[in-house]
Design a protein around this ligand. Sequence first.
Ligand code: UDP
Ligand code: MG
Length: 323
Amino acid sequence: MQEKQKTGLLSVVLPAYCEEASVPRAAQVIGRLLAGEAIPHEIIFVDDGSKDGTWAAIQGQTARFPQVRGVRFSRNFGKEAAIFAGLAQARGDCAVVLDCDLQHPPEKIVEMYRLWQEGYQVVEGVKTSRGKESPLHTLAAKTFYSIISNATGIDMSRASDFKLLDRRAVDTLLAMREKNAFFRALSSWIGFQTAQVEFEVQPRLEGESKWSLRSLIRYAVTNITSFSAAPLQIVTLLGVVVFLCSVVLGIWSLWQKVTGQALEGFTTVILLQLFIGSILMICLGIIGYYIAKIYEEIKDRPRYIVADRCEGQTHEEQAEKDL
Ligand code: UDP
Ligand code: MG
């Protein structure tokens, strides 16, 4: 755009959880690609408390390539935390986040970088297809994205975590204090000059997806509630519905009393008790969930705990740095 082509350091952030097989491949493929395009870069792996040899694999890569660095969490904190830790480590003028299993095609990084050079501050990777998934998974994902799109006011149906962010955008994201940060939505929510790059989700070559049904449901609920207070309005809505029912039933029972047909209707009483009781419980549950969220935020615990770091340097240098 207005400026001349700028060359800046690109930080590549790769969250990795139990990816010992993918780490070396990712470092090699990305390193070779960016070197070939003469893009100055650093590669940051965040080991999200893996149980396999991921950390050893990352250390192996830092020993081979000086531009590779690694951060290791004290336990598994989840992908969002890993992304934020990687961004916090990034020293680049821009940073790109992608999956370590290379399901996000690395070639697209170059296209994203060129758009950044043109002046765009957020370059979003947009999925053209969702890769291979079961129909149930697709349906669940659709529901989740329609809720989250409504909550954020941004179309999230094709959104992904594959994004390139300018330094300004990275700093803006890092300045947000919320613990339940949902990267995919927040990085759109912050605005800035945005471009999109389409990509096709690649099949996973090594290992397997880390998402179980339970973790997906937890992920959906956490992110919906962190972006929207709409479930709290459901409480009000249910209250109104129950009130309307009670008006109708009230008039009906008064009518029975007046016409002398009262006394019967014990079943109705039990059903009403059960109905109102369960509605109250559901409402308390929803309110309780939000209170739990407030409690979590107010405790102000860190998003993640770093146990170890490594970069292409000697142990003495690193020990000095940690002090
Ligand atoms: N990941 C992570 N922490 C987790 C789960 C996953 O850092 O708790 C990383 C994982 O190593 C990968 C990316 O997030 O780089 C996407 O995970 P995965 O491939 O399992 O998910 P899918 O591609 O099936 O959505
Ligand atoms: Mg994957």
